[in-house]
Structures are given as structure tokens and as C-alpha cells.
Design a binder for this molecule. Structure first.
Ligand code: TAP
Length: 476
């Protein structure tokens, strides 16, 4: 086995402050009625910084600041001028990419290879893409004079902290709305660095406001009367609560929720390529991916071959220090998430599925879980139905394309799916029948700001990204 020397990325590029306030009206301010909490490095359990927790009064201040900015500056501003700010933000993100990537890996636990090569470039790409739309909204096919909605209240999860921020803020600002965003409790730090970037870009005060805190802060934000549009990414349970609280109001709502995607491998697929796609589909970002290919459906005739190749490949995965450039699988984001993964995998074993992980030594401190697959899984097993949101793959088999479709669609979710086959006609036949917002063919987890993303069924409603992503923020 090839041995790698350690190749850690330096943390010195990040200038972490001991404590952070709330970003309201263009300044960092102390919370009026909230407290504070610590953000922890999940790879070491070390406290990174003390972060302000916004109470309802702080949320109210932020929404008022956003409304003022909307009425006085951002709403009336011509699209071509808004675009200049967005382009400026995109360029600063590129200039400070290394700092953002290191901070994201420290706060979230994801490998630096992913934050550096996937998350941050996509964040910049989103701002560039939506900057281009800001002065062309009348030509987006949404009617002659689409109007912004007002203040958008946005709540995001911890799995792609800065990327989810970009998915929310870039289209909102391009369309002339102002925002109050609440990042996840366990990963607030890159959102606060983004606030500094807004200052550096001279963005008018109040156009972007960041209120850190836990679920109660998010709830205060989505329930605030001054919010005209709610955009939420997170779990289906919280999404349901939000849908209930918004029902009967004039607020517009988009929900991006959970998933349990099928990654379907046919007997004519190139096995090595498919195995790379399977590994990328479930072990990328420790499996903390809403569209992860967490159910592998393999055609029975190639099951042994695919499984042997998958195990060989998994034995090569390097689990450990997120800041090491050779790391493939980093830390689980929190103790609570680790507990959830453990519970669901224990249920998997108890229900009779066979568990396998490659030999791998996990660090003593921090939150870790070895890449794991379950075979002998049936449709009724919890691990085939519940979203585990960790590096755990459930393997099922099928005989015919029709059976593959039926099994793939047999889930309350419908966010994504993958197809691996040599036949173009089969890809089209399958894609027509899969109830999933995104279907990848002979690839997986490919993202682009020009492409809409979103779910069917309990994976939510509304689309983010592309031209479709504009509509959610416009009165058309
Ligand atoms: P949640 O517990 O739903 O948290 C998401 C966000 O909502 C967090 O900022 C959370 O704050 C906040 N929140 C919690 N309770 C709330 C309430 N009652 N009202 C308003 N906001 C509230 O999800 P999570 O565990 O962070 O993220 C994992 C889930 O997100 C998975 O199911 C995953 O599939 C889904 N996800 C979906 C997508 C897309 S695009 N569909 C993308 C990423 C993730 P705290 O952090 O303080 O709890």
C-alpha cells in the first residue's frame, strides 16, 4: 500500500476572532436579547470562536434593517448597479478562496480538497452567474416587469455552509430583495466571514444581515411579519413546521429538504467508472449531502463484480484530518449527527443487513465514522428508507429496468437519482420515469449554477439555481 506523507494546509491564513457579534445593518453588533454559543471544530472538539445568539428582538432589528435597505437603496437601484456589487463579491470570494476553504474545513469538518475544489469555486460561480441576471430580469421569460418581493428570511443547514448561503443570497440580491440569513448553529463562521466580505465590497448597509443562533432564531425569522419570502434548506421535519407556520400568510416559500437517492448500476455500465460514481455519491462530504446516492441499486448479474470493486476502492479511502490535502473523508459535523448515524446503523444490523467497513484507524478525538456499506438490505429496512446523512450506503439489487424504477421511486423523497449504463435510450427511458428533481447519468453529484435544483414529494418544492431560481424571488 502506498504511504502518503502528511500534507496539512496551514491554518495561519485564517484570522479567527475570539468572538463574533450579529451582522445587522452593515455592522457587527452585540445581541440585545440573546446569549452566545461556541462553534466547535468537529475534527478536534476544540472551540473555534464564541458566536452571538440572536433572540427575537435581534431578529426584529435585522428584518427592520433589511426592510429599510430594501425601501431606500436596494429596491430602487437599477439592476446594472446591483450586478456590480454581486460581481465585486464574487471576485473577493475568489481572492479570499483559500481563507474561506480553510475556515469551512475547520468549522464543518469537510476535507480541504472538497472545500477548496468544490464548495468555494461553486460559491463564486453562483455570485458570478446571478450577477449576470441582475440587469436582464425582464428577459428571463418571467413577464415584462418582474418585481422583487421585499425581505427574504433564509435558513440554511450545516453540510455546505457557504455554498447554501450562496444559493440563497445570490439570487435574492440579483432580483432586488434584501436578506436576513440564519446559518446553522454548528457552522456559522464562513457566513460571518462572508459578512466581512460584504463590508469589503461596500455593499449598502442592511442589504445582507446575518443572525446566528439555533433553531429558535430560525423560527423567529421565518415567523416575522416583515419577511415576504422564506427560503429554507434543512430537514423534512423542520420544513413541515415552517410550511405550517407560513400557511395562511402572504409569505412565499421554497423548501429544499431531505433525500434518499437511488444510484442505479446496470450490467452494461463500465464498472470502474461506476464505482467512482458510487464512492463520490455517498462518501463525498462524509455523506452529509441531501442528494447523496445513499441507496445503491445493482443489477443482479453484476452484483458480485461491482461489490468486489467497491470494497477494493473503499479500502483506499483516507479518513482523517480535514486539513490534510490527501484526506478523502473528514469528520462528522457534530456529536448529535454522529449519534444519529450510529443509531441508524445499529438498527440496520439489528434488522438483519450485513455491515462492512474497510480497516481504518479513526482519530481519538473528534467525531468520526468509517465509510460503511450494508448488503442484504430489503426495501422495508430503516436504512433503506430513512435519510442517514452520513457515510453509509445501503446496497439492494434488481433484475429489470422496470424493477429498478419501482425500487428507486419507492421512497417518500425525490431529490436526485443516478443511472449507470452504456445505452443512451435506457438513460432517457429511466430518467422519464424516476420521480427525482435531478437525474445524473454516468456521473453523480455534479453541480452548476445554471442548472435548477430541487425536489419532488417530501424533498420539498421550488427550484434553486438557473433561471428557475430567479422566479422564487420575484413577483411575476
Ligand atoms: P435542520 O435541523 O432542519 O436545520 C436546518 C436549519 O434550520 C438550521 O439552521 C437549523 O438551526 C434551523 N432550524 C431548526 N429548527 C428550526 C425551526 N423550528 N424553525 C426555523 N429554523 C429551524 O436540518 P440539518 O440537520 O441542519 O440539515 C440536514 C438536513 O438538511 C438533511 O435532511 C438534508 O437532506 C437537508 N438538506 C437539504 C438540502 C437540499 S438542497 N434539499 C441541502 C442540504 C441539506 P440549527 O442549526 O441551530 O439547528
Amino acid at each position: 500500500m502506498f504511504e502518503y506523507a502528511p500534507a496539512p494546509e496551514s491554518r495561519s491564513v485564517v484570522d479567527l476572532k475570539p468572538s463574533y457579534g450579529l451582522f445587522i445593518g452593515g455592522d457587527f453588533v452585540e445581541p440585545g436579547d440573546g446569549g452566545s454559543f461556541k462553534s466547535i471544530n468537529p475534527a478536534s472538539e476544540e472551540a473555534l470562536a464564541e458566536v452571538a445568539e440572536a433572540g427575537p428582538g435581534d431578529v426584529d432589528r435585522a428584518v427592520r434593517a433589511a426592510r429599510r435597505a430594501y425601501d431606500e437603496v436596494w429596491g430602487p437601484m437599477p439592476g446594472r448597479d446591483r450586478a456590480k456589487y454581486l460581481f465585486r463579491i464574487a471576485r473577493i470570494i475568489q481572492e479570499r478562496a483559500r481563507e474561506l476553504a480553510v475556515l469551512e474545513s475547520l468549522d464543518n469538518g469537510k476535507p480541504i480538497r472538497e472545500s477548496r475544489d468544490v464548495d468555494i469555486p461553486l460559491v463564486a460561480a453562483h455570485f458570478f452567474y446571478y450577477a449576470g441576471w441582475a440587469d436582464k430580469l425582464g428577459h428571463a421569460g418571467l413577464g415584462p416587469n418582474p418585481r422583487p418581493l421585499g425581505v427574504a428570511g433564509q435558513v440554511i443547514p450545516w453540510n455546505f455552509p457557504l455554498l447554501m448561503l450562496a444559493w440563497k443570497i445570490a439570487p435574492a440580491l440579483a432580483t432586488g430583495n434584501t436578506v436576513v440569513l440564519k446559518p446553522a448553529e454548528t457552522t456559522p463562521l464562513t457566513a460571518l466571514l462572508f459578512a466581512e466580505i460584504c463590508q469589503q465590497a461596500d455593499l449598502p448597509p442592511g442589504v445582507v444581515n446575518i443572525v446566528t443562533g439555533a433553531g429558535a432564531t430560525g423560527q423567529a425569522l421565518v415567523e416575522h411579519d416583515g419577511v415576504a419570502k422564506v427560503a429554507f434548506t434543512g430537514s423534512t421535519d423542520v420544513g413541515r413546521q415552517i410550511a405550517r407556520s407560513v400557511a395562511g400568510t402572504r409569505k412565499r416559500l421554497t423548501l429544499e429538504l431531505g433525500g434518499k437517492a437511488a444510484n442505479i448500476v446496470f450490467d452494461d455500465a463500465p464498472v470502474d467508472q461506476a464505482v467512482e460514481g458510487i464512492v463520490n455519491g455517498i462518501f463525498f462530504n462524509q455523506g452529509h449531502v441531501c442528494c447523496a446516492g445513499s441507496r445503491l441499486l445493482v443489477q443482479e448479474s453484476v452484483y458480485d463484480e461491482v461489490l468486489a470493486a467497491l470494497k477494493r476502492r473503499m479500502a483506499q479511502l483516507r479518513v482523517g484530518d480535514p486539513l490534510d490535502k490527501n484526506t478523502d473523508v473528514g469528520a462528522i459535523n457534530s456529536a448529535a449527527q454522529l449519534e444519529r448515524i450510529r443509531t441508524l446503523t445499529e438498527i440496520g444490523s439489528a434488522e438483519g443487513a450485513q455491515r462492512w467497513s474497510p480497516p481504518c484507524e479513526l482519530p481519538a478525538r473528534g467525531f468520526w465514522f468509517a465509510p460503511t456499506i450494508f448488503t442484504g438490505v430489503s426495501q422495508t429496512h430503516r436504512i433503506a428508507r430513512d435519510e442517514i446523512f452520513g457515510p453509509v450506503l445501503s446496497v439492494l439489487t434488481f433484475r429489470t429496468p422496470a424493477e429498478a424504477v419501482e425500487k428507486a421511486n419507492n421512497t417518500p423523497y425525490g431529490l436526485s437519482a443516478g443511472i449507470w449504463t452504456d445505452k443512451g435510450s435506457r438513460i432517457l427511458w429511466m430518467a422519464d420515469r424516476l420521480r427525482a428533481g435531478v437525474v445524473w447519468a454516468n456521473t453523480f453529484n455534479k453541480f452548476d449554477p445554471t442548472s435548477p435544483f430541487g425536489g419532488f414529494k417530501e424533498s420539498g418544492y421550488g427550484r434553486e439555481g438557473g433561471r428557475h431560481g430567479l422566479e422564487a424571488y420575484l413577483d411575476v
